[in-house]
Design a protein around this ligand. Structure first.
Ligand code: ZN
Ligand code: ZN
Length: 662
């Protein structure tokens, strides 16, 4: 056998010409796929002289995606074994798992998932090899004549959207055959690959749920059945993931929103549009009040703007050109008619605002501005409306109407570096005050294909953002080329109590809007100059941040945010008057305190207070009353007895003031 020379994980090797990566990496069970000359390939790929080969571990991002996509294949194979007349859609990997879309004869139910799972286990146990076979369009159409959706994909030339490209992207069309024990194909699927070497490399998987999904995401297409699943490099990792999901389910803000009577989404209003109940209103107001105070201290000025505006404003801002899909359709107002019904005067188009920036620019422009006024920091709790697809709506974290804590900062070029630096510090400290402590930063830089403005401005702004980020001593992740076309951005990613990452604040430099709105200021030398504009949302939206905090705290808000900070529970009815008076004193001292004067027994009242996650249970019995004291019972079940009333009030006031958790 002739020898060829290849580089494997940086080392020069001479191997027999028929050796494939699967042989080369045979000793290392972690390696399930490889990169050949930088491109992800099957371990069964033929090698050529001079190839550079890198092993890819199952636990890496690429490895996990290949594991999950391969598991999706096995699921599709199992589905067609169990329900022969099911037609196949697509099956890409997604975050933490995969899905596959099917057109089955009957809708799948939970029992079906169990059946499909056991068919999958059989396929995995058999260790079927995934074999790649290059084909032509004509051959593939013939071979897959019974799979109409696949045939449609074959017809798609060029980039076919992120998900469909898993099936047909790339320069050649390929079909993967699953080989049974005897080496003959038992099942085939149109796919670009790559895959695991064989089905036995799937260590742990689980099917999660079914959902309806339009073929290729369009409402004009047939409705298919999607099955979601997950796959992991070990059973332990799968178990940990399922535990995390169970924990997340317990903390789900939609569920806690109902249990704690915080907010709801009445059918009558429409999806994605929430109402906040009194208790949610208290939390929200406490969030807003504190934010308002901190912004005032930092030199922000508060402004207000209407919810609707004439179309022209969004033409100037460019929203109607680029963002119309995300906006509610226009209202036609002030149309006038002749007696015969014909239009006398055409109406005006009004839109609900998806963003506040254009309004703030008009405030800036309302009169001449001098360099002495800069930086000008305009802040608004601005309610915006975005027509999100119903499929992506998720409680108050992804809604159609929400209130941004939106600020726009106008400054000179010279002020930009200092402004970005102090802005980032302000943002992070404020998030810390709300109880988030674990952050990393993401810097999105210029996409060379698509940008406005001068290269030098981009460099300067990106450098300023990078410097500001580096000064925070936090992990900084580069999102190379990920910036919007109008300027670079830093986003603050926060981890919550169970380790999930949420994108929180964004600091976005904008070279475009000052130009479109012709914003100017007169400089020290009397010339007219253009200000730099920075968009900044700290919470993102109040609703979303509310949802994140609800899940972070699992509904057990720290006292400064808790709707009810203290609840009075008398040991018996006879102590109601005494305790009622204590509660009155607490309320006078500014504490949100209530007396549970219901007919329930004490134990029931304690349980109710626990369910409501109230930070302080204030209990009084005979000894307390004699001593002019109360007892505290905390959320963790600990109890402190005989606290003089004044001390009890002081303790609650202290934790509220310091915004600490108890
Ligand atoms: Zn595939
Ligand atoms: Zn903005």
């Amino acid at each position: 056998m002739p020898q060829i020379s290849v580089t494997v994980d940086g080392k020069q090797l001479s191997v027999e010409a028929d050796q494939r990566p699967t042989h080369i990496f045979a000793e290392n069970k972690e390696i399930v796929v490889c990169k050949i000359n930088g491109v992800l390939k099957d371990l069964w790929t033929d090698l050529s002289e001079g190839d550079v080969v890198e092993g890819v571990s199952i636990s890496s991002a690429d490895g996990l995606a290949v594991l999950r996509h391969s598991t999706a294949h096995v699921m599709a194979q199992a589905v067609q074994e169990v329900y022969a007349n099911t037609r196949l859609g697509i099956g890409p990997p997604i975050k933490d798992g995969f899905y596959y879309d099917f057109d089955p004869e009957n809708t799948f139910n939970p029992d079906d998932l169990t059946k499909i799972e056991s068919a999958m286990r059989k396929i995995i146990k058999e260790g079927q090899r995934f074999r790649r076979r290059v084909t032509t369009e004509a051959e593939a159409l013939k071979e897959l004549a019974h799979e109409p959706y696949k045939c449609e994909l074959i017809g798609i030339k060029g980039p076919a959207g992120e998900e469909a490209s898993v099936e047909v992207g790339g320069s050649e069309l390929s079909i993967y055959d699953n080989l049974g024990r005897d080496g003959n194909p038992v099942w085939s699927d149109l796919c670009r690959g790559p895959h695991l070497p064989s089905t036995k490399h799937i260590p742990a998987f689980k099917l999660m749920r079914t959902a309806a999904a339009y073929w290729r995401g369009s409402e004009k297409n047939p409705m298919l059945q999607r099955i979601y699943g997950t796959a992991w490099p070990s059973q332990d990792e799968l178990n940990a993931y399922l535990e995390l999901l169970a924990e997340a389910e317990k903390r789900d803000h939609r569920r806690l929103g109902t249990e704690l009577d915080l907010f709801s989404f009445p059918e009558e209003i429409g999806s994605g549009l929430a109402v906040f109940h009194p208790k949610g209103g208290i939390v929200r107001r406490a969030m807003e009040d504190y934010s308002r105070i901190r912004h005032e201290e930092e030199g922000y000025e508060f402004v207000y703007s209407p919810h609707i505006t004439k179309a022209a404003l969004f033409e100037t801002s460019g929203h109607l050109q680029w963002y119309a899909d995300g906006m509610y359709p226009p209202m036609i107002l002030d149309e006038e008619y002749n007696a015969d019904g014909t239009v006398k005067r055409a109406g005006q188009q009004y839109y609900m605002k998806p963003m506040n920036c254009p309004f703030h620019n008009l405030i800036y422009k309302s009169r001449g501005r001098s360099y002495r006024e800069l930086p000008l920091r305009l802040f608004e709790f601005g309610t915006v409306y975005r027509y999100e697809k119903s499929g992506v709506l998720h409680g108050i974290t992804r809604a159609r109407g929400f209130t941004q804590d939106d600020a726009h900062i106008y400054c000179t070029k010279e002020q930009m570096v200092g402004e970005l630096d102090s802005l980032l510090t302000f943002v992070l400290n404020l998030l810390r005050d709300y109880g988030l402590n674990d952050f990393y930063l993401e810097l999105s830089t210029k996409n060379d294909e698509k940008f406005v403005g001068e290269d030098s401005d981009w460099e300067e702004a990106t450098e300023a953002l990078r410097k500001a980020a580096t000064a925070q001593n936090l992990e900084l992740v580069l999102d190379e080329g990920g910036a919007a076309f109008y300027g670079p951005k830093i986003s603050v990613q926060a981890k919550d109590a169970i380790g999930r990452t949420w994108q929180m604040s964004t600091i976005q430099v904008d070279f475009q809007l000052p130009q479109r709105f012709e914003l100017e200021f007169s400089a020290t030398d009397g010339t007219r100059q253009r200000p730099v504009m920075i968009h900044r949302a700290l919470f993102g939206s109040i609703e979303r941040f509310f949802g994140v905090l609800t899940e972070h705290y699992s509904g057990a808000f720290p006292p400064w945010l808790a709707p009810v900070q203290a609840i009075g529970i008398p040991v018996a009815d006879t102590f109601s008057d005494y305790l009622g008076d204590v509660i009155k004193q607490m309320r006078k001292a500014g504490i949100r305190a209530e007396l549970d004067a219901s007919d329930d027994r004490m134990q029931k009242k304690v349980r109710n207070a626990q369910m409501q996650k109230i930070p302080f249970m204030v209990i009084a019995g005979e000894e307390d009353q004699k001593a002019g004291a109360v007892s505290f019972r905390y959320r963790n079940g600990e109890q402190k007895n005989g606290i003089p009333i004044a001390d009890a009030i002081a303790e609650i006031k202290k934790v509220v003031q310091e915004r600490t958790q108890v």
